[in-house]
Design a protein. Sequence first.
Length: 248
Amino acid sequence: MAEDGERDRPHRFSEGQGFSEDYEEFSLDPPELNVDPAKVDPVDTRVITDELDERNIAKDQVDVEQLVDVGLSYMQINRFEEATETFERAAQFADEDSLEAQEAWVNKGAAHAQLEEYDEAIGAYKEALRIDDDSEHAASAETNLAYALWQFGETEEALHHAERAVEIDPRFPQAWYNRGFFLQERGLSEDAVNAFDNAIRLGMRNADVLEEKARALEELGREDEAEQVQQQADELRQQQEQELIEDR
């Protein structure tokens, strides 16, 4: 494990694009499960597990994609324990070693990471990569595995997986951001700046990436550039805070 001092600076790591404003509310009663709300609490997460176990539903009778959507909806409302259970169930009912199974394992790892259960997260990401280490979900698995390993103090291995994420999908901005973060952690500031610039060019222009770039520039002695980038980060953060106030 790393020393506590390495965790003083928070790192918003590859949290993805989130949900669109027109995201539809979800239901815990997918037709495949046919839960009777008169008999069970519809928000009791054991419903999914118990109904599937008791009725012994065949795999081809379960809509795995819909089950994953339920898990993502749990993530949206910060019910991460329920999300881990739902994603695990989705992986079990998906075809063996399919992309659906891999997606469920990646999401399960993300839910565990939100609970700071990094050992479980690492296991889920590695299972996803065992299924396919070069698929459309592999880059997300690699970059999130890198973060979980970093939390365990495995900085060298973390950088390896961050590099692998970029190799798999060079147009994945979160992968470039995470690569830059780990490079900066190792004192490789010039390479870190290049990685952050790639993330920004690919559309990841937010306060977090700009602040990390400013820190790397400052380490390189490029104070004027660092100040300009930090100012941009401050303006973006103020804008985001203002938007939150207006939304309320």
